[in-house]
Ligand binder design. Structure first.
Ligand SMILES: [Zn+2]
Length: 300
């Protein structure tokens, strides 16, 4: 029996990096955002530019004929791996895979949800000139939906993890039941066959450069942050989500009881998002991530 570890969260929550760190183990495999290969929604999803830097990647040349139904079995059963890490994040995918894996009962399933404090998450928008808080507050509905779908998950505050890497990683590894070792966070020292995900950690994979830090706020943001905090605290819907995330935090010892129970269901939003995915398969969106310096980074 192997383990399937889902690393989820909103955009810019650190999931690509944590996926690669978790997969930095001889018995581990970081899949990245593998759902985008099986369920493409953007133009760059139709071709695999693997994190190993070889194009075309021989590993994915062999795997690309494997169906999404057989992927984890193929890796865990036939390639002698102990666990795979999947940072697809898309809830429709996470729900479908959880339901199937629990029904089959062949592998253990773990759902880890990364989150940032609202002021920290908002900074990535602030840097791009976005001053309204509505998009930031709205991003937390992702977690509310995960709760509504009954996904049994444990949450990890990304900023806390980066500042307490050894403590945080050992807690996650203990929960999942995999080895923690000194230097596990040095993900760039392993060759990963990792798909899609954020450019920053992907660039590190190619450059083999060590760089894990908590971003510090610029002066203008520091001046504004108290006022922003007050506005965020008045948003009751957001505060309810944050209370739920705090309750499920890996630092909370009461996680043991519910973290592995299967209670997953498909709420209304699932069907709406699946319909959107089907539309995007035939009418994919162009890739327009403003944080990616150039699209050429995908050319290896
Ligand atoms: Zn590869």
């Amino acid at each position: 029996m192997g383990k399937v570890i889902f690393v989820n969260g909103t955009a810019r929550c650190g999931s690509t990096m944590v996926d690669l760190i978790m997969g930095n183990d001889p018995g581990g495999f970081s899949l990245g955002e593998v759902c985008s290969w099986y369920r493409p929604t953007r133009t760059h999803h139709f071709d695999i530019k693997c994190g190993c830097g070889v194009y075309p990647c021989p590993m994915w040349q062999r795997l690309r004929e494997t169906s999404e139904r057989d992927l984890y079995d193929e890796l865990l059963g036939q390639r002698d791996l102990d666990f795979v890490v999947d940072s697809s994040k898309r809830l429709t995918w996470v729900i479908d895979q959880n339901l199937r894996l629990h029904a089959q009962g062949r592998h253990e399933v773990y759902n880890l949800f990364l989150y940032k404090a609202p002021a920290s998450l908002h900074y990535s928008r602030w840097k791009r000139g976005i001053r309204s808080l509505s998009g930031t507050a709205g991003a937390y509905q992702y977690y509310a939906r995960a709760v509504a779908a009954g996904i049994p998950f444990v949450s990890v505050n990304y900023d806390w993890l980066v500042e307490n890497m050894d403590e945080g990683l050992s807690a996650i590894c203990r929960w999942v039941g995999i080895d923690f070792f000194s230097g596990k966070e040095r993900f760039w020292e392993k060759t990963h066959h990792h798909l899609f995900g954020s450019f920053g950690p992907r660039r590190q994979l190619f450059a083999k450069s060590p760089r894990i830090y908590r971003e510090s706020f610029a002066e203008d943001y520091c001046a504004a942050v108290d006022d922003l905090q007050m506005q965020l605290e008045r948003n009751e819907r957001l505060q309810a989500v944050l209370r739920e995330l705090a309750h499920r935090d890996i630092r909370n010892r009461r996680i043991e009881g519910f973290s592995r129970a299967s209670t997953v269901r498909r709420p209304w939003f699932y069907y709406r998002q699946r319909a959107e995915e089907w539309k995007r398969r035939f009418f994919p969106e162009p890739y327009l991530d403003r944080e990616a310096s150039t699209i050429q980074e995908w050319s290896i």
